[in-house]
Unconditional design. Sequence first.
Length: 749
Amino acid sequence: MQAAIWQALNHYAYRDAVFLAERLYAEVHSEDALFLLATCYYRSGKAYKAYRLLKGHSCTTPQCKYLLAKCCVDLSKLAEGEQILSGGVFNKQKSHDDIVTEFGDSACFTLSLLGHVYCKTDRLAKGSECYQKSLSLNPFLWSPFESLCEIGEKPDPDQTFKLTSIQNFSTCLPNTCTTVVSNHSIPHRQLETVLMETPQDTLELNRLNLESSNSKYSSNTDSSMSYIDSAVISPDAVPLGSGTAFLAKQAQNKPKTGRSLLGGPAALSPLTPSTTPQVLSPTIAAPPNVLPRRSSRLFSSDSSTTKENSKKLKMKFPPKIANRKTKCKTNKGGITQPNINDSLEITKLDSSIISEGKIASVTPQIQAFTLQKAAAEGLMSLLRDMGKGYLALCSYNCKEAIHILSHLPSHHYNTGWVLCQIGRAYFELGEYMQAERIFSEVRRLENYRVEGMEIYSTTLWHLQKDVALSVLSKDLTDMDKNSPEAWCAAGNCFSLQREHDIAIKFFQRAIQVDPNYAYAYTLLGHEFVLTEELEKALACFRNAIRMNLRHYNAWYGLGMIYYKQEKFSLAEMHFQKALHINPQSSVLLCHIGVVQHALKKSDKALDTLNKAINIDPKNPLCKFHRASVLFANEKYKYALQELEELKQIVPKESLVYFLIGKVYKKLGQTHLALMNFSWAMDLDPKGANNQIKEAIDKRYLPDDEEPVTQEEQISECCPYESVGTDESQASSMTDADDTQLHAVESDEF
């Protein structure tokens, strides 16, 4: 029955799995059957059913507790999930060591889940501790490292992703020593021990002791692959952490067997696939893709396996390794540990044999061990490089992140995840053309990828590429209507078309799909700003910060609203908050400089704008505002020099020519002033930008000078020429101007 259930699960036949699991639980009211039924519910997408099932029964096994806690987190019952994992309100708070002792091999996943709960409840320090402990138990995990980076921690990838963070890898060479423990009798099992044990080892775990090292094991030399356990290669393998009580009973009448080098998990329950007393012998040299079906392993004859294993136990192990079998130490808890000198000796043996080209004469155990060690080291090296790149990106050292990730091997570089991180880095740098190129490559390689496409859609919004944005949003919404990224893309599409009401509805749909998606709140806040609904915009930005305290885009949005309301001190405070998170942003520095000038801190404003230009010398917004501050401080020649440089960057920006005209007017060069005013009118004939011009006048004019309109400036310079006015010149500035300066001015982070 169990085999049939797992077969159905592994073939995604969830209805069949649920039906059979319900029959099993009706027949056998055990906690193992309860766990299997809850697993079927959870995997079929019915987390609430698994929650209510487990909640209605007293769960005592670690596997049931973990699944119940996982359901609680998925259902946003964070307090209850924390109570299950770590005690607290009604029970004594558990330490990390207590959790490791209770949950055994699954402790790394348990601590990662607990860290997630802590971070969601704004206890970042405790969450960080859990993530770090999880990684120390299992450096092959990525999500705890990713979470640490996202909450602002700076974990060292070199220290995190290394095999020395667990027991020396070479100590797990077969028959060097046997650790005599059960699944829950020590704080945690070393990862490499778990990787190298076969299900047969698990069955005999409670019976093995130091004397078992006198057993004589097979040294079949057919192929190193013959020592790879089927549970590792087979897709039927399941995560670690199941109970072993049932297995221990079944193991009492089974013979001792040798250890497999690439064996499966150490603590598999009878309810997991590939974990019965009749599993394949590790010395069968068949290729992994022709392993017998699980049903044949589950229900094969006991007697044949027993006889086969008995024969293998009579064979001798190579002398060099067998001579060291008694060099084991026992710690205070009675746990047998291998001698460190043995590990070094084995490592030397491996390297000397390989270097002398005598690999053919090495036993399959050592060959397989060498392959496994090399594979693990290779994975650690890759994770270190990717970790450095991701850490740099989360710290907004975008150029460094691009450099690191671009030097990954080509087969890893040309993957959706890596390219999305690089595209995001270019986006944060404001290099939208490069970001678009990278994201379009992601779409070509992995057209099924949804993650990261919200950044791609905003990139297209900045580039005013409405057709490409429309195609992207249509494809994403057709592919997955339950992803917030798809609805964010659709919202950006309608925002670009100035259909703000429809854009707002789509951003709200993204929040309905995922209420914890901070970026959707930010985009919605920007839309409310464009429709002048500032109170709603404030609420959106605050919700985004509540979801993610390091979401600097939302801090920026709050600063912009307070600036619009002329609450300059509050605006500066929120801009500074955003800058503390992203210190490399020239746009944030630029806005801080503008606010500082509004607060009569002109010298400080110039220093801030200079920093912004040093970060991004071609940022037109920074150069324009620096020229404006210089003009307001009556440094006309410096302002004119800045504006002439800016004219080369944005040659079709009417505001630049308008400000140049004002500078020439102050310098008394009326003919040049009139010429630049005329160019400004030619570039903006309908006066659509009149409102922003007046705002800039108010911002930078000396206190004793009244603002004048563009037409008044021209009339003043040329009193004999009348300039006609149009009602449209009083209209407000549109939200998406087609010039680069205005695109940056209304920068939608």
